[in-house]
Each structure stands twice: as structure tokens, then as C-alpha cells.
Design a binder for this molecule. Structure first.
Ligand SMILES: Nc1ncnc2c1ncn2[C@@H]1O[C@H](COP(=O)(O)OP(=O)(O)OP(=O)(O)O)[C@@H](O)[C@H]1O
Ligand SMILES: [Mg+2]
Length: 252
């Protein structure tokens, strides 16, 4: 039995809504309403649900970028890392790729310049890019190449948990498939656990061992991907699967 790598317990997060006028009382909206789940070492856990249901809010809380109002998040590994949807926005345009890959090592410290360079070049290879890419700037790469760099940068400190938040949504379908394949092979090679966030039901099926279905800040269904997809218990899961054309509408 694999060890737990992440435990999320009864997490609540609220945001204050904008007031239409200063006379209006400030309303608080709860975006996460008591979310609990566990991730195990080396598994891919899919997280799906419609836009605005709280997926990215949950991802940020796991990374420690925001704090739950209630509940807690326990990590059993160092350095969880995130890969975002927009591979261009998350790379410093003024720096060469080699420098970007070396940055996590520079921040951590304890590496000679030569060690950093070697590790950066080895990572380029690992994510399927040529060493010459190290001397290019982000705007000299394709979208798919940039996303490979982002994944490489996230993996420089050998995290055991990677959060991929719509990591392939901005890429076209063939490039998407290549990046998904890369993530799966890195998972095997590095024993990575991946929290795979997406609104694409098919992609989630392809990637995940287990899946969580979220609606309005709550988990409505969870389980092994095959049982959730082919024996859904919650009407909302069925709606998502029908909309994606994965199961047939029973009414028809
Ligand atoms: N910092 C913030 N302040 C106020 N409201 C916020 C903040 N961050 C998120 N929200 C709101 O919380 C809700 C959930 O947002 P979140 O980004 O988690 O959704 P999501 O499930 O990731 O959606 P998508 O699939 O579109 O990425 C949204 O209604 C959003 O407007
Ligand atoms: Mg989001």
C-alpha cells in the first residue's frame, strides 16, 4: 500500500464579494465548503468540475498560496510544485531557458554553477528538449516547448507532488497528447504523484487512477476512474459524462 503524500481535511475558503455600492453590506461567499481527500504516492488524481467550482482555489491552498478559513492541509513531501495553463505567462521573458531551469537550484542553494548547468541540461533531455534550447528565450519556443520547460522547471527540485492546473488546455490537440504522455512517463520515472485538474473529462480519464468530481465547492463523487466513469452515482457526474459524450443520455 502506497503512503499518503497529501491529506486535505474539511477545507473551507471564503472570499468577500465586491459591493455594488458602499451602502451594501459586504457579502462573504464560500468557495470551498469542506473539501476532504487524500492523495497517495505516485498516483494521478483527477479533479474535475465546471468553471468556478473552486479547483484552482483548492490548488493554491495546497501550494500554501492561500490559507483555509477552516480545516487543514497536511503534506508528507517537500516542494509540491504547480504547472499552470499559460506556459508563456509563467516563464520570465527576459531570461534564457537555461537560467530559468537553474533558478530553483539557485534559490535553494548549495550547487556550483557547473552543477546547476548540468542539472538544467539533464532536465531538458528528460522533458524531451534539445540542449541548445538552454540558450534561447521563451519567445523563441513553441507553446508545447514552453510547457515542457515549465514542467522541467517544476521538477528541478525532484518534488513528489505536482499539481497540473489545466496544464494542457491552451495547447492544440496533438501537442496536448504529447505533453500528457510526457507527464505520465515522468510520473513513472520519478514516482511523481500528480493532481491533474481539468474540465476535459476525456483527458482526465486518460490520465487518472482516481478521480474527484467537484460541484460548487463540494466533492460530490470520488473513486477509481473506471467506476466513476462507467457507474456514476451522482446526477452531476452523469451530466458531465453525457456532455462529454462518454455515456449516453438515459432519457433518449
Ligand atoms: N482571490 C479571489 N477573490 C475573490 N474571489 C475569488 C478569488 N479567487 C477565486 N475567486 C472566486 O472563487 C470561485 C472559484 O474560483 P476558482 O478559480 O477556484 O475556479 P475554478 O474551478 O478553478 O474555475 P476554472 O475551471 O474556470 O479555472 C470563482 O467564483 C472565483 O471568482
Ligand atoms: Mg481554475
Amino acid at each position: 500500500m502506497a503512503n499518503d503524500i497529501l491529506r486535505v481535511q474539511d477545507v473551507h475558503i471564503s472570499f468577500a464579494e465586491e459591493r455594488k455600492s458602499f451602502l451594501e453590506k459586504r457579502k462573504i461567499r464560500e468557495v470551498l465548503k469542506g473539501v476532504s481527500f487524500t492523495m497517495r504516492e505516485g498516483e494521478v488524481l483527477g479533479l474535475v468540475g465546471e468553471s468556478g467550482c473552486g479547483k484552482s482555489t483548492l490548488a493554491k491552498a495546497i501550494l500554501g498560496l492561500s490559507h483555509p478559513d477552516k480545516g487543514n492541509i497536511e503534506h508528507f513531501s517537500e516542494h509540491p510544485q504547480m504547472v499552470f495553463q499559460d506556459p508563456y505567462g509563467s516563464l520570465n521573458p527576459a531570461k534564457k531557458i537555461g537560467w530559468i531551469l537553474e533558478e530553483p537550484l539557485r534559490i535553494k542553494g548549495g550547487f556550483t554553477p557547473q552543477e546547476r548547468r548540468e542539472k538544467a541540461l539533464a532536465m531538458l533531455k528528460k522533458v524531451g528538449l534539445e540542449e541548445t534550447i538552454a540558450d534561447r528565450y521563451p519567445n523563441q519556443l513553441s507553446g508545447g516547448q514552453r510547457q515542457r520547460v515549465c514542467i522541467g522547471a517544476a521538477l528541478m527540485l525532484s518534488p513528489k507532488l505536482l499539481i497540473a492546473d489545466e496544464a494542457v488546455s491552451a495547447l492544440d490537440v496533438t501537442i496536448q497528447a504529447q505533453i500528457l504522455e510526457l507527464l505520465l512517463s515522468l510520473k513513472e520515472e520519478m514516482g511523481l504523484a500528480i493532481l491533474f485538474i481539468s474540465h476535459d473529462m476525456r483527458v482526465v480519464y486518460q490520465m487518472s487512477d482516481r478521480v474527484i468530481i467537484m460541484k460548487d465547492g463540494e466533492i460530490v463523487e470520488r473513486g477509481d476512474v473506471d467506476s466513476v466513469y462507467f457507474n456514476p452515482q451522482h446526477p452531476y457526474t452523469r451530466t458531465l459524462l453525457e456532455a462529454a459524450g462518454i455515456i449516453e443520455d438515459e432519457e433518449r
